[in-house]
Write a protein that binds this ligand. Structure first.
Ligand code: ATP
Ligand code: MG
Length: 172
């Protein structure tokens, strides 16, 4: 078991390619109400959790909910790929506005594993083959800049076994 120390009030930003296990990780370690999912928000604004056209409105909603929760002093988890620095920038800003630490938990899973998992998901099976390798490339390129972006704590989990062994330790 690996304890991941996480402040009991913070903004946890999950970072991982599609198929890396972010939603599973969030379900296992956090309350459904603590987790703000970009796919759920796509559904809220478009009736289709897979709608790429709804991206802008979905993320407006993600950022709005995150702001409301942090203002209320509630630990919040963002379940979105968050692989690009520009995807993370606004989340860091919202955390700062509320004087809350942003924490990154990186699910660094090999592209073959993500693709294999996605192949059995009805809502992901027709995803173009280039998407997962692109996510993993973007994730790895941005790893070293996470601290510079404002993430004081970065938990980098390499591979399925490390992810499986992780436990969240909330700290005051
Ligand atoms: P997306 O970005 O597309 O939403 P995700 O990162 O949220 O993907 P999940 O939905 O959590 O990924 O997981 C993708 C698939 O892999 C699911 O079918 C899930 O059941 C499976 N999965 C997740 N973690 C593991 C694991 N440790 N071992 C085997 N399968 C896993
Ligand atoms: Mg997911």
């Amino acid at each position: 078991m690996t304890r991941l120390a996480v402040p009991d009030l913070c903004l946890v930003v999950l970072v991982g390619a599609t198929g890396s296990g972010k939603s599973s990780f969030a379900r296992r370690h956090f309350l459904p109400t603590q987790t703000v999912s970009s796919d759920t928000c796509r559904g809220v604004v478009s009736d289709d959790e897979g709608s790429q056209e709804a991206t802008k409105d979905a993320f407006d909603l993600v950022h709005y909910i995150v702001g409301k929760r942090l203002a209320a002093g509630r630990l919040t988890v963002v379940d979105a790929t968050n692989v690009k620095p520009e995807d993370r920038r606004h989340l860091v800003e919202v955390a700062r506005e509320h004087d809350v630490l942003p924490v990154a938990i990186v699910l660094d899973v090999p592209p073959e594993v993500c693709a294999e998992r996605n192949s059995t998901r009805p809502d992901r099976a027709h995803m173009p083959a280039h998407v997962v390798p692109r996510h993993v490339r973007e994730l790895r390129r941005g790893l070293r800049s996470l601290a510079r972006e404002g993430f004081r704590t970065v938990h980098h989990l390499r591979g399925a076994a490390e992810i499986e062994a992780a436990e969240i330790a909330l700290e005051p």
